[in-house]
Ligand binder design. Sequence first.
Ligand code: GLC
Ligand code: CA
Length: 555
Amino acid sequence: MQKTWFRELSVYQIWPRSFCDGNGDGIGDLKGVLGKLDYIKSLGVDAIWFSPLYASPQKDYGYDISDYRAINPEYGTMEDFKAVLAGAHARGLKVVMDLVINHTSDQHEWFKKSAAGDPKYKDYYIWRPGKGKDGKRPPNNWQATFPGPAWQWNEERGEYYLHLFAVEQPDLNHDNPAVREEVKSIMRFWLDMGVDGFREDVITYISKREGLPNGFPVPVMCGQEHYSPGPNIHKYLLEYRQVLKDYDAFQLGEAPMMTPKNALKYIKEGEDQQLDMMFQFQHMSADCFVISYLPTGFSLRKLKKVFRRWQKKMYGVAWNTNYMENHDQPRVISRYGSEKMRTESGKAIATIYTFLSGTHFVYQGQEIGMLNYPFKDWSDIVDVASFCAKDLMEKTHLFSAKRIFRNCAYASRDNARTPVQWNAEENAGFTTGTPWFHVNPNYKEINVAAEESDPNSLLNYYRKIIALRKQYKEAAIYGKYKEYAKCNGKVYIYEKIGDDGTRLFVAANMSGKTVSAAPVKRVVPKGAKRLAGTYDGSLAGRMRPYEAHIFLVEK
Ligand code: GLC
Ligand code: CA
């Protein structure tokens, strides 16, 4: 496997609205980011990925773009962006932009002109006449990812348009060559400015089956077999790939429902490789049944199985990404760890995924162990996806209202979107104004300042292991994965073997109970050097709750 800069990155994800407010209007912005570049650098990461910063009505918080070449005025100006880009580059930090091209906002000029029937734009989106005698039935039975029908009637045009996400996010028609030219031109616009890569939103959805046939009638995401992926996906991606030939940049595709076998069709090294890596989701279902709105409790066995598969199947042929949180996922300690043992479980979680082969991601606030928000009722929630899920669950009549709220509160993307907690001052130091969204009431205890001053904090642990991942990169980033005690439901043990002979052993008790250390002792060689871990001190006969270790065996 070739050693390329983007494979070695630790990337810090910023969801701009809640990162840091620089002008006191209660909304995170680029000025706020500029003031925190040194902090980001201090984590030891090498890149920043920005969730969308573009002009947008914010119906899906930036994933509904109304102008791909403009910065959302709430976040600042293009000059502010250029200052952040220059500031990041000056510190050796790469900058990755979110490229959202499956859909636009319904407020994008293209959509307005398309709805009006402007000849140039009329086929930019996926329009179909209604069915039935009155022509008012949707063209097919597809359901959106945000639960609900995937078609919306447009009065002006007298037709339905397809939206695989919210009603305000019409899908672009990539079968139209003019649309593909627009995409390439947007990519060049940002690459010419100096950005280093793209995270490509739901990129596997951009091609839809000709004729848009009905989907197999399932309750969630009916129709997905016709667009996830569609027939022309590889062709279109190869076309977009050509743009990168002129730049030293990389492409990371977000790929819901992706399996290792299918992933290789996109990311296998070689002539027809279309993406450098992908975000898959399988390891994010270790606490739920199929979708996050149906929680089951955390299963380590499920998590291990997914990690194992991806580590093995990609080894030597393709590249993984490793993440535990992002703007769509609730806080991982609240899911896979323990809020009561926040620091300990946070360290154990950090340990097990940081030494897997792949590009490494940390989401804002993850490094200080931010937790889910204690939502009390629906008036606390703003995420469009949560409301769609609520509607769908209500329609099934399977759940009580209380249960629906509880499930949605647990799974809501809003959990990841509360303001970053910087210090114990008012509004957690996020803003001097009124924050646009609730600050988690735990901010007095959980914040960057408090963690800075504690050598044993989760924050300082992240710094340490991010550095270790680089220091022993032959094993940590590129090494071969070997797992032990696979069936153990509490302890996770794996080894990473580098080409240079370096071996790393990662061992973690992922449960809140004390367990025997025997399975670990059987595996880790006697002379192994302990590099870091949840608690001070080496491995004893028993492992405390969430006790994790990283051991080194040098050649
Ligand atoms: C991706 C984004 C998510 C967004 C959706 C539609 O899954 O990560 O935040 O809502 O695509 O753009
Ligand atoms: Ca602001």
